[in-house]
Structure formats: structure tokens, C-alpha cells
Design a protein. Sequence first.
Lengths: 556, 318
Amino acid sequence: MKKPTTRWRGLVILAGVLIIAGLLLGACGSSSSGGGASPSAASSPKPGGTYNFPLTANPVSIAPVNAQESEGMQVAHQVFEGLVKYQMNDKGEMGAVPNIAESWDTTDSQTWTFHLKKGVMFQAPVSREVTAQDFVNGWNYVTDPKNQSYVSYILAPVEGSDDGGYQVDPKKGLTGVTAIDPYTLQVKLRYPFSEFYMTLGHTVASAWPVDYMKQVGAKAFGLKPIGTGPYMVESWKANQAVELVKNPSYWNKDAAGYVDNIHMPIIPESQTVWLEFQKGSLDYSVVPPGQVAAAEANPKVKSGEWSAKKWPNLAIYFIGMNMTDKTLGTNLDLRKAIAESTDATNVINIVNEGVSLPATGYIPEGIPGYRADQSPYKYNPEDAKTIIAGLGTIPTLNYWYNTDEGHQKIGEVLQAGWTAAGLDIKLSNFEWSTFLDKLSKGNQGSGSQMFRMGWIGDYPSMDNFLYPLFQSSQARTGSYTFYSNTQVDALLQQARSTVDAQQRYSLYAQAEKLILTDMPAVPLYYYRDFRVVNNRIGGFVFNPMGFVDMWTVWVK
Amino acid sequence: MITYIVRRLFQLVIVLIGVTIITFLIMFAIPGDPARQLAGKNATPERIAAIRLQLGLNRSLPVQYVKFVGRLAHGDLGESYQLQKPVLQMIWENAPNTIQLALAAVLIELLGIPLGIYSALRQYTFWDTTLTTAALIIWGIPVFVLGLFMQWFFGLKLNLLPLIGAGDNVLWIIPANWNSFASLILPAVTLGLIEVAYISYMQRASMLEVIRSDYIRTARAKGLSERKVVTKHAFKNAVIPVMTIAGIDLGALMGGAILTETVFARPGIGLMIYQAIGARDLPVVAGGVLFATLVYVFANLFVDLGYAWVDPRIRLEG
């Protein structure tokens, strides 16, 4: 009988050890981990030091030809510059302001002339002045199909390109772009497009030395590309880190960086990023799902050592409806009822931890010309219930999302609201590329009905949120609602041809209102990014395009 | 012995062919079109078709497979769809960290042998119960959770070790300096600790079986001391099955490395495969799996050869 007693004693002691360990850890938890310097009084920017900014994936590319996802573009944003750059104005709107271009003019929105600044220099070892021919070479390179750029669609409006941004005839090249002289670039478009200049802050359209790339080879250039920006690539070790150093001969003394080095470790797990930040090794962190409230309540946030903030993002999450579907496409009342029983607040509070904002239209705040409360159908579950009751029998509707825990939870919350209004909704999920494939088929095959979709602006323009998503010819490239309205098409076309900004905004707003009245897509929420930063760093701004202008940050 | 090795190497070729076929089938069976993934948003159907053509994805599965094997015979594993980089180069760059991690984890898991023996020799005592219970608890913890705990406790709270990364190596897999070694400790312990639990559990069972056998009873009856009974007679027989498991684990740890390398942001084959699966980057997945298979098969071979050293009665000829 002794043995079992000994055994139990072992278990009790083990449990005791675990409890003591737990208490010790708890005690550790309440102490300060000493991450970063204590907040100092506001002081003026000073040069020197290192800024530690994590990347959550190994970039696909950091060079203009293929920088496409947020990590690669974040790096490229510090190294490359275009004719324009994106900047926030006093009203909190993002806009395109001159950068390498000093000014530009157009009379018909179809032929554009850009006047380049003198003295813009490529980084070492190229160290020569940027000319209009560099833009001609770069744009030709990225739109040449053999160079496999997956972001050249930005240059699709230029004459000589097809709808996807590939040259129609690679022997002729991108015929619409010409260097008139070293400081004058002429661009002819396939159609009038008044906001064309706004697209040119994208990395794919930036200045880079194609001649030098040919000399060192595309692969070597891809690892250590040369731009004109305030920071230069020192090294990129795959899956380890990207290291940037200050460009000592940066041409624009007004925007030269403060910190000497930018250390960008590549850390795929958000939980690990958060731990590294708490340890003090990082100056910026994402917060893992489910920990937003805890991060906001962190003693270091309360004491001012860290800052935690929700930064607006030019992106929208919406519920698309296939307008070629026989149940949804012809029944405006049903679409209206779906919109009125879509509970965005519940989704934001339950799933998104209060980070995002309810969407009241398709265009997020921060885009020049934004209008609030554009949607005529507000959340009104009682009205939705009445409408649905009056519609008779409605067959089960499919709601599709791409496989992801967050999208699933959102689907479940939405389903609860729609079910309460009297609809029968079936949720299904698919892997991302299969999901897109199925959506692109419209009413062929299994046929989509309702689906989730997100749209992140490539550039801060109303056009970028309306034209690709709702213009009728875009059905083949991503308007998965297959929405088609000649009046909307005409308004969008007219807006694209209108040079006067206020008139243009008004036309886009009219188009947005018309689309919302037809309700081919229910706007759910505008994204915001919750970020925690160490206040040992000054000058940090997370702009709505998802970029940090790292030349503005400095170590206190 | 040579015949045996040649035969095993021949089997290796068959295994590799089987693995490439299965990997290909799996990658094609799971949903997802690499061309659409690469084409990004706003892609026209023409662009997706052009990418498909460029990558050779328009060909039938058998044709793609034959082309892959043809290239493989020339030592060419193809190019990453996403990074446009030779897969062989990617494996060469990532393999040292993974082999280093797996070897370190195997060394750690060997601690399970003395713990298992200790437990068996003190069956049903306090320490046996404690060790067995602890082993069961640790064994049940997912490597992902254990990794995060290790980071939090040793990296953040105690601030003893780096949470992430990998340092430089010398001689391909030897940590070049303290920083490099320090960054290996937490991932290796995470990966190895779960196996320590498993090995100690297996070693305990194996030892209990041996010490109850007739020849041990005879040895005791002859008046040999307990120490001699254990070290001269029981140990070698009890350790053989566990050594087999530990050897095979070297290969199995390659699988565990996927999660460990992701949590610890440690560049390696595991992280490479993890990212490639997400991007439907078939050449990288196939190359990575092939590499892991090679490690697994060679680990098995060395374990089998190791038998002769541990127990000369085992003959490998024929």
C-alpha cells in the first residue's frame, strides 16, 4: 500500500512546484522588464542611432519591379522615390505631392508632361543625376512581360500597355512614355485619367538605374537595389533581416533621415514580434489577435513609455453580392434587407476588438473628396425583417470567404444577424486563389452569391475605390460583383476626364451614391491598424497607406 | 556491410521517387493556383494564363513531373515561382541552420535515456512518478505553445537568451560565436524537450522489460552487483530500441522544425517550406520535402549501422 501513497506524494509535490513556479512568474509579470528608455520630455529631432522595425514576412522583393506586399513595399518606401510622393495634409487627407517631379501639366488628362527637379541623385555606387530617360527605361522594364512584374498594372493606363500593365507589343515597348529632354517626361495615356499623377507614388513607377541593374544583373540588384531615397539597402538576408543605412549624399536635405541605421528583423509570428517589442529589441509592434485591450491597458502605455494607437488605413472590408445571380441580382429589396441586417458594430466589437470603423460608403476617410454617410441603407434589423417577410420564400443563400479564422468569425457574426432577419445563410470557405477563381466565374459553375472581400488602396484616390470594383468592364479583373450600370460607368468616365478636383470629387461621390443605392456590395468596415510604439523614438507616423516615413523618426 | 549499404542506397532512390510523386500529387490536389496567387489583384485572365505558361503550369501533371525528375537528375531543383531563385541555392542557404537545430535537439533528447533508466530502476517511487507525470505533461504540449512559453520566460522575463534569429556558422553547421550559439538554445530546447519526454518514457518501458528478463535474473543470481547488472547487461539491450527512435527522430525533427523555426523566426528549411506552402511555390516545397526525406533516410541508415556498434550480435550482412 505504500507505493500508491508515494506516487500521490509525487504528484502533490509536482503540483506544488508548478504552483510556486506560477507564483514566481506572476511576480515576474508585475515587475518592469525595462524595455526602452523612459519617456523624455518633448525634444527636437537629432541625428544618430538605430530604428528597429520588424517585418512580419520575408519580402518577395524590395526592388521596384516586384515589391508588392506590405513588407517589401515598406522597405522600398525608404529606398525609392517617384515623380510624386504621398503626404497627409492638415485635414488628414492623403494626397500626391511633387517629389522628383517639380510640377506637371495636362490639358486633357490624357497627355501629361512632368518637369523633373535638377540635382536628384541616385545612391552610391551609381551616384549620377536622375533624368527623364531613367523613368522611360524603368517603366519599359517593368511592363515588359518577360520581366515578370506582378505590380506593373499600376502603369496600365499608359499607351502601349494592356489592361494588366503588360506591353501590348514588347518590340515597340511602352510607347506612351518619352523623354523630351533630361528634365521633361511626357506620358500619353490610353484614356483620359485626371488622377493619373496620383498613381505615380507607387514603387513600381519610381526612379531606378536600369543601366546599372543590367551591369550587375537582376538578381544582384534585387538583393541590393539602388534608388534615390534617404536610406540605402546595406544587406538583405533572406528570412533574417533587412538592414538600411542613411544615404550620406541624399539629394533632398529637407527630408534626409535622422537615424543612421534601420534594422528590420524578419519575424513571421505576431506573438514573437510582441515579445521582442516588450523586451525592448523593437521600437514598433503589431499586437497578436485577442490582446488589443491588454496592450492598451499595459502599464507602460499608461506611463507613457509606449504609445498604443489605432491608425486609419485606406482599406475597406465589404460583402459583395453577385449581380448575375438570379436570386440576388434582380432583387433590390433583398439586397437592401441584407444591408440593413448587416451588423458592422457587432463584427467590429466581437471579432476586431474595436479596432476598425463601421463603413458608411466604399471610400474611406482620408481619401481626398471623401463623403461621410453615403449609404442610404443604415443598420435597421426591424425594417430588414419586414422586407424579408414580404418577399416570400427566399432560397438558402451562400456566403463565401477565403479560409481564415478571422473571416470565419466575421461570417458567423454576420450570419447570426441575417438569420435573425429571416434569411437562411450557408457559410463556405475556400483557399485564397481558389476563392478568387470561383468568384471570377460569376454565375457559371457553382456560382457565387454573397462573399467577403477587402480592398486596399494602391493610391489615395476615389477612383481607386470605385473604378476597379464597380466599373462594368472590370468584371474580368476583380469586380467580382459583376455590377454594371451605364449611368455609373458614364459618371466614372466623366470624373476621369475632369481636371478640376472639386468637380471630379463631386462626380465620384455621385457615382458612389448610385452604386450604394443599387447595393451590389455592403460596406462593412474601414480598416485601422493597431500599433504599439516605443516612445524612445520621436516623429513616428503610421500613414494611412500603411507606410512609415522612416526618415522622420529619430531617437530621443 | 558494403552490400547492405549499397542496397540501402538503392532503396533510397526508390523512396525519393515515391516522395516526389506524393509531394507533386499533394500540391496539385490541394486547392490553389500559383499563377493566380502570383498575378495579384487586378490580374487579367490573359495575365494569369501568361504566368501559367511561363511557369509551365499549363502542362499536364505527368509531363510536369517528368520534367521535374529530368531536371533533378541533373541536380537542378528548378526555380522558386515567387522569389525567382534556384531552389538548390535556397536549400543550401537554409540547410545549415536546420541541421544544426535538429542535431542539437537530438543531443538534448538523449537526456531522456538516463532519465528513463533512472525512472525504471526506481519504479513507483516518488521520483519515478514525478518524472513520468512530467514527461506526460511535456509530451502533451504543442511545440508551438512550448516555444512561445520559452520565449516569454527565458527570453523576456529572465532576459537570458535571444528570442529570435540565428547567427553565423563555421564549418557549415557549427555556431561561429556565442550569439550564434545562444540563438540556438531556445529553439533546440523547445524542439528537444518534447522528445526528452518521449524518449524517457520509451526508455523506462524498455528498461523495465529488460530488467525483468531471465538473463538479468540470472546475472543477479550469480551475485553481480546491481550496478554491474545494469551497466554491463541491461543497459545495452534496453537502449537499442530507444536509439532507433532517437535516430529516426532526427528526420522527424525536420517536421517539428517548421513550427519551431516559424516561432523563433529562425531561417531554415522548415520556415522555407512553411512560406512556400502558403505561396503555392511548388518547386520550393518539393525541394524542401526532398531534402527532409534525404535527412530522414540517411538518419535511418546511420542508426542501422550504429546497431553493430551497440550490439555486435546484430549482423547487417545480407
